[in-house]
Design a protein around this ligand. Structure first.
Ligand code: 0RA
Length: 638
């Protein structure tokens, strides 16, 4: 009996050497992502205290040397001696790996979610760490170096405060860089404050670089409205069709469900889903339940009300056009699935959320016929457009069946048929397209020239988008289809889709239009890491027979230093067309030499905001955005 108990415990608690040996296994990576994850790991533990009803204040400070301080007023990490190990529980929590994660499955927990690994992992990956616990009228401290306690836990005084203060310095030997990004941390903390109504979370940047900046480097987040405030924030620069977000909170057994929704006057769909405060970017059972109930509830209203008699059925896409929603569930034992473990898997959540939405939204709509009228009328417009789009699509399909070659005439395809080895360059203009066609390696590189600017999809419905020639070409070339029912990532004909535009204002505009299209209609391409931006050189610097390319101003200046004054001929490339095919290959297309940017969305809320502000039709926020960001613009052609 004793033996069994001991063996069990050895399995649960391990030393931290493993973490330092393979950090990515525990925190995802050792780049900026992993670095920021250290902060979330600590904060998640503080949030757990809040979820358990013991904490209402969390403070985060980025200190001068990029060390991080997190203070909460929770219960404080227990300090009494652990019955088995004799040392203080605090030391165990900080220096042993809790492979099991959740010990107490009665309560909701954030920690233990995505790479939920415990504070000991942060300790292992910090060159220095110190913890202060305020508990039972006393203050206890312990310090660590690279995960090892420097001395036993010490009581250093009395205090009637309660809580935990942790300071850690990320280990420069582990991380590629240890510079924290204020906006990245701030954005996640704001999200946590939205998701936990009334909880106060502050962030302060004490670094001297930050102090020099005019922009405020301190935020206090506290939202009485919780996710209602979240939806209002998402729609700050948009035009809602019903003034106040619709909100309900429902408890179904152990499952806590909160949903806030609001319709806006555009065509996009923005739904953020969470399980225990973790953004379930791949969706899951809570999202499926919500969608199915929303479609049903609105179809019920369609049948009950006096609307277009020819419209008998609204599809899921119809009822989600212009929808902005936040779905937040809390569940004792969440199961995270999917490629990135960001999909909620618990199967009973589907019907629990479904019945909660049926009941609560059904009731709300019955009681608010004015709101229903506005929403249903919008859904009907969407349904009409969908039917028109379907007709257009069926037509193109029939046409392509007849022509038997569905690929656009302008596409210069590659010979390779294996998508994972194939690349598609989307090139601005026919002349650059010509150079690219001559310069490419036709075995694995395909070229699609675009004529001028593509349609701004932020301001158009799917039917109009699908009737646009350039976009049609793009969709057929890529091969995946578009739209909820049609898009299929497995049908992608290329695993690298590369946007190659000129380094001027028009080029930037075309790039933004393309990014907007991909973000709104082929987001999975981005999530799968298939979308790239080519980086053509900005300058060619010639001196005698020597020729050098520079990709930014700093590189240009460094090259110029090598040459005696007056001998520096600089050519500033304005367009790809100014390069001959060999130069284009050498500088921008050759996989061995080229520089490309992979398009990634690391802040969903910010991305959503940027696209709608920049490409939508509300003018004032756009003017402000451009003004605020003007100082970041380096190459402004005037
Ligand atoms: C272990 C057990 C308990 C709380 C914590 C750890 C805890 C960890 C952190 C990390 C940052 N702030 C924290 N606050 C608490 C439960 C404590 C109890 O039952 O009294």
């Amino acid at each position: 009996m004793t033996e069994e108990y001991g063996a069990n415990n050895i399995q649960v608690l391990e030393g931290l050497e493993a973490v330092r040996k393979r950090p990515a296994m525990y925190i995802g990576s050792t780049d900026a992502y992993g670095l920021h994850h250290l902060v979330y790991e600590i904060v998640d533990n503080s949030i757990d205290e809040a979820l358990a009803g013991h904490c209402d204040n969390i403070s985060v400070v980025i200190r001068e040397n990029n060390s991080i301080e997190v203070i909460d007023n929770g219960r404080g990490i227990p300090v009494d001696p652990h019955p088995l190990y004799k040392t203080s529980a605090l030391e165990i929590v900080l220096t042993k790996l809790h492979a099991g994660g959740k010990f107490d499955n009665k309560s909701y927990k954030v920690s233990g979610g995505l790479h939920g690994v415990g504070v000991s992992v942060v300790n292992a990956l910090s060159s220095e760490m110190s913890v202060e616990v305020f508990r039972d009228g006393k203050v206890y401290v312990q310090e660590y170096k690279r995960g090892n306690a420097v001395a036993p836990v010490k009581a250093i005084g009395k205090s009637n405060k309660r809580g935990t203060r942790i300071v850690f310095l990320p280990d420069a030997k582990i991380f590629e860089e240890i510079e924290y990004n204020f906006d990245t941390l701030s954005s996640r903390l704001r999200e946590l404050a939205f998701l936990n109504a009334n909880l106060r979370i502050s962030i302060l940047d004490e670094r001297s670089e930050a102090k020099k900046q005019a922009k405020s480097r301190e935020h206090v987040f506290q939202f009485k409205g919780g996710i209602v405030s979240f939806v209002e924030f998402l729609n700050e620069n948009k035009t809602p069709i019903v003034k106040k977000p619709i909100f309900f909170h429902s408890l179904k057994g152990d499952l806590d469900i909160e949903i806030a929704i609001q319709y806006i006057d555009t065509y996009t769909e923005t739904v953020f889903t969470y399980a225990n405060n973790i953004n379930t970017r791949e969706g899951g059972t809570h999202l499926i339940g919500f969608k199915s109930a929303l479609t049903r509830v609105l179809n019920d209203q369609l049948k009950k009300g006096k609307f277009d008699k020819n419209m008998t059925q609204l599809s899921g896409d119809d009822v989600r056009e212009g929808l902005v929603a936040v779905i937040s569930v809390k569940i004792p034992e969440p199961q995270f699935e999917g490629q990135t473990k960001m999909k909620l898997g618990n199967s009973d959540v589907k019907w629990l959320v479904e019945s909660a939405v049926n009941e609560n939204l059904g009731l709300y709509f019955d009681e608010n016929p004015q709101d229903v009228k506005k929403i249903i009328e919008k859904c009907i417009l969407s349904a009409r457009a969908r039917l028109a789009a379907k007709k257009a699509r069926d037509l193109t399909r029939r046409k392509s069946a007849l022509e038997n070659d569905a690929l656009p005439g302008k596409l210069a395809d590659c010979t390779e048929k294996d998508a994972s080895k194939s690349e598609l360059f989307i090139v601005e203009g026919n002349s650059a397209g010509g150079s690219a066609k001559q310069g490419r390696d036709r075995f694995f590189q395909a070229i699609l020239p675009l004529r001028g600017k593509i349609l701004n999809v932020e301001k158009a419905r799917l039917d109009k988008i699908l009737s646009n020639e350039e976009i049609k070409n793009l969709i057929t070339a890529i091969g995946t289809g578009v739209g909820e029912d049609e898009f299929n990532i497995d049908k992608a004909r290329y695993h690298k889709i590369i946007i190659m535009t000129d380094a001027d204002v028009d080029g930037a505009h075309i790039r933004t239009l393309l990014l907007t299209f991909f973000y709104r209609y082929m987001k999975q391409l981005i999530d799968s890491g298939y979308l790239y931006i080519a980086q053509p050189p900005l300058y060619n610097i010639k001196s005698g027979k020597e020729s050098n390319y520079a990709y930014d101003d700093e590189e240009r200046n460094n090259i110029l230093k090598k040459y005696p004054e007056g001998k520096a001929v600089i050519q500033r490339y304005k367009g790809l067309g100014e390069m001959n095919p060999e130069q284009l290959w050498e500088t921008t297309m050759d996989p061995i030499k080229r520089i490309m940017l992979k398009v990634m969305v690391d802040d969903e809320i910010e991305a959503e905001n940027v696209f709608s502000v920049l490409m939508g039709d509300v003018v004032e926020p756009r003017r402000k955005f451009i003004e605020d960001n003007a100082k970041n613009v380096q190459n402004l052609d005037l």
